[in-house]
Design a protein around this ligand. Structure first.
Ligand code: F6P
Length: 825
């Protein structure tokens, strides 16, 4: 379909006509974008719909250029195959004629880009919405006429008068675009692009950036006129504000009163969310629309924790009756069966021993989420009891030292390797997986059943061939997930389910899913002003894009959440570390915070100095009413948990209030030290308070943060679900690997030639200064099949034989050895 036709179809109810005129006798080329507001009104109901505005071609942009030979309208779609002017073109001329103006006059009537942008953005709603859609209308705001008649019946008076007085500066475009003889198509494409890039600052089918919308501008204005004039110290005294700046759901209490925001800010942020169609986008996500548009995939991590009875279809699969929830539960059942089999001794290792060690091999999203959950459950009473006798370790880094640390003291005969990789191609994971396979072979012999009985795969369904090729039993030891599960959103799939259920039992994993599901339901159904992930997401946008805070911290006041900051770091930075909107336009606003964090109180003695006096980084404080395992020492007036929580409550106030010079002086501090001991304050935070850190609570926390990330991405108009940014580094690493292989293979003094002198230099320095311990055995160094085995093949310094023989008959204990509580905490 030609572009103009497409545009006409796309932009319902607005007649948009792009014409190139060679204006005679005037020696200018004129590009006309003609809008017909009359057609807008004719589609509105009631009185307004009956009002006929005179069609006003607007945004008529004059292009300075050499006069063209042809005086015809010249868009490719204006010509038929024989080069004759089409009906469409004649109609366009008629529109101009009916406007009753001379062409020279047409060329001087111009529209403000705000006007066209506003219309463009409102194009869909104009047809379907009530007239109040235009209220408040920026076009009316400064219009006396409109102010005088601000009632429903006169809703459009200001609008109309604005339309009559539209003005924008005329813009010159380079003469080269008007040169004849370069091919009509090319010529007009060039003009169209230039017009839209340089005049409209957007492409016809690429809507404007959110920062150009009035809702965004209002927030900017509000920041300048109100928030920049306020201090959290004063805002916090406002009783009404504090009563309204919290939200609660299923035990989760969010206090956001220490944000540099007022109730008006929240209203304006919700307006922004509405104009960005946030609720529709959330619906699109949870109902399986392919919102990951660069990979053409649905984003359905919420389906991973949906009730068995629910039905969710991936976009166009609805017709094939392909309910993804059914498949999710089939895999969960399979995982339950398998993990219970391992835990009750029905499924044994190659040598008939119980499998009590689990090594989960994976990186990024195939590691961080499960590790976060593992750390939560490690000290959770039910977790402690159900993990008795089992070991869970994670192998992520391709550094051989990680391999060594992970398995040096384990017995391979009692170890189950879980390879977690959606793609089953990630270089680090696959090398580590091969290392683990080698480790098993080294101790149990190179038999295919060693792999079949000791290696499990959690991978995307499309990786099944690669899983099989690795030697894994794909019928019983393969747990699939789907391409609609993003890596960093995958902990609720087999990625987390297999290692966590092996270690802690399936029931605890199920509670984790339930917690996440509870937040999903809240996220999908709660109104914006009460919706915890939406509030947090909107505040994220506010802090980053408006207040300019580039960094954000996650501060769990719970040691068991020690890996949460790392999980959020990947979740958020891989998701929102983007610059392109979904329309391929680069953002002109800040997107994607730098996230870091550490459990309190450790962080207080590390980076809090900077948070209090240096740069401002909005903080998320996460605390619990009850500890997983409190300590009450004799003679102490507070339990250790209360001590911890005293810090949880104090820090946000210290950040918000700061300390004034007068307050410092009143403490009797020497005058010259006063500036050094003054705290400006006004540093924002939120506090999330929950009952107790359980598997269920961990699921709630997970979902809150997953959804916060998505909300920010939706507002910013970016794709939070792809990760092309990690590809370039991978490609370059492959190049370097080839160069290293060549260097290691070479007997002579091989010189690496890299893509630039610096890389050449450092690579050669590395090769010349590292032992030539090549794995390449093509030379004479180690001959396969000879008695001279490559010593580097051995993973561990230790041999495990003695250890494994000593424990042949032992089964995992059923009671922990903490004593005193009869096997349960
Ligand atoms: O780091 C990039 C990334 O693609 C992550 O998104 C993903 O979680 C990780 O690599 C691991 O990928 P895979 O699960 O395919 O091994």
């Amino acid at each position: 379909m030609p572009p103009a036709t497409m545009m006409t179809k796309t932009i319902a109810n607005i007649s948009v006509i792009l014409i190139l005129l060679s204006a005679t006798p005037s020696p200018v080329t004129v590009v006309v974008e003609a809008w017909s507001p009359g057609s807008l009104f004719s589609n509105l109901p009631g009185r307004i719909g009956q009002r006929r505005l005179r069609p006003v071609p607007t945004n008529l942009c004059v292009l300075a250029g050499r006069p063209r030979k042809s005086s015809s309208v010249q868009l490719p779609e204006d010509f038929d195959d024989d080069g004759k002017i089409t009906r469409q073109q004649k109609e366009l001329r008629a529109v101009l004629d009916s406007y009753g103006q001379q062409r020279e006059e047409v060329a001087t009537i111009t529209a403000s880009s705000t006007f066209t942008d506003d219309i463009y953005e409102k194009k869909i709603d104009i047809a379907s919405s009530a007239p109040e859609y235009f209220s408040p209308d920026p076009l009316r705001e400064n219009d006396n006429n409109a102010n005088a008649n601000a009632n429903n019946n006169n809703m459009y008076q200001g609008f109309e008068s604005k339309v009559r007085n539209l003005q924008v500066p005329q813009i010159n475009l380079p003469t080269r675009i008007a040169q004849p003889g370069v091919g009509l198509d090319h010529h007009h494409r060039a003009i169209k692009n230039l017009v839209h890039e340089r005049i409209l600052q957007r492409h016809p089918d690429k809507p404007q950036l959110v920062s150009a919308k009035p809702e965004w501008k209002r927030l900017e204005e509000h920041l300048k006129s109100e928030i920049d004039q306020s201090h959290l110290r004063d805002l916090l005294q406002d009783e009404h504000r504090s009563q309204n700046m919290f939200a609660e759901h299923d035990g989760v209490y969010l206090d956001y009163s220490r944000q540099r925001a007022t109730l008006k800010t929240m209203d304006l942020l919700q307006d922004l969310a509405k104009t960005q169609k946030l609720e529709d986008r959330i619906q699109d996500m949870v109902t399986g629309k392919k919102i990951n548009f660069t990979e053409k995939r649905a984003v359905l991590h919420t389906a991973l924790r949906a009730d068995r009875s629910e039905k969710i279809y991936v976009d166009d699969d609805a017709e094939t009756n392909h309910n993804v929830v059914e498949e999710v539960h089939q895999v969960l059942d399979q995982i339950k069966f398998f993990t219970e089999g391992v835990r009750n001794g029905d499924i044994l290792g190659y040598t008939g021993r119980r499998l009590r060690n689990i090594i989960s091999v994976g990186i990024g999203g195939s590691y961080l989420g499960p590790e976060f959950l593992h750390e939560v459950l490690k000290t959770e009473p039910d977790g402690v009891n159900s993990a008795l006798g089992y070991n869970l370790r994670f192998l992520a880094n391709v550094d051989p030292i990680d391999v060594e640390r992970t398995c040096a003291d384990l017995d391979p005969e009692e170890t189950l390797i879980v390879i977690v990789s959606k793609t089953f191609t990630t270089a680090e994971t696959m090398l580590n997986a091969r290392a683990m396979r080698q480790w098993l072979w080294d101790f149990m012999g190179n038999d295919k059943d060693v792999v079949r009985k000791h290696v499990v795969a959690c991978a995307s369904i499309s990786s099944v061939d690669k899983v099989k090729e690795f030697g894994i039993d794909t019928e019983h030891y393969f747990f699939k997930f789907w391409d609609w599960v993003g890596g960093r959103y995958s902990v609720c799939s087999a990625v987390g389910a297999v290692p966590i259920s092996l270690m802690y039992g399936f029931d605890l994993f199920e509670q984790f899913l339930k917690g996440a599901q509870s937040v999903d339901k809240h996220f999908i159904t709660a109104p914006m002003e009460k919706n915890i992930p939406i509030i947090m997401g909107l505040l994220g946008v506010w802090n980053h894009s408006f207040l300019g805070y580039k960094t954000r911290t996650t501060l769990p006041y719970a040691e068991a959440l020690l890996r949460l900051p790392s999980h959020i770091q990947q979740l958020d930075m891989e998701s929102n570390g983007k610059v392109m909107t979904k329309h391929g336009i680069e953002v002109d606003y800040a997107v994607g915070e730098i996230d870091f964090g550490e459990p309190g109180t450790n962080g207080q003695h590390s980076f809090f100095q900077l948070l209090h006096m240096g740069q401002t980084a909005p903080c998320d404080f996460i605390g619990f009413c009850q500890s997983q395992h409190d300590l009450c020492l004799d003679g102490e007036s507070l339990s250790s948990h209360d001590e911890l929580m005293a810090n949880f409550f104090a820090q946000p106030d210290a950040l918000a209030n700061g300390k004034t010079e007068d307050e410092v002086r009143a403490e009797g501090i020497e005058e010259e030290l006063i500036p050094h001991r003054t705290f400006k304050g006004n540093r924002p935070s939120v506090s999330l308070l929950m009952p107790k850190l359980t598997a269920y609570a961990a699921g709630q926390i997970l979902a809150i943060y997953e959804h916060r990330t998505a909300v920010q991405g939706f507002i910013w108009d970016i794709n939070s679900f792809d990760q092309w940014g990690v590809e370039l580094g991978k490609q370059l690493a492959d190049n370097v690997k080839s160069q290293l292989i060549d260097a290691r293979k070479s007997d002579e003094d091989h010189v690496i030639k890299a893509s630039n002198p610096s890389s050449t230099r450092i690579l050669n320095y590395y090769v010349n200064n590292s032992p030539s311990n090549s794995c390449f055995t093509g030379g004479d160094k180690y001959k396969s099949g000879t008695s001279e085995a490559n010593p580097l093949t051995r993973i561990s310094r230790k041999t495990h034989t003695d250890h494994s023989r000593a424990s042949t008959t032992t089964t995992p204990p059923t009671q922990h050895d903490l004593g005193g509580n009869k096997g349960r905490l």
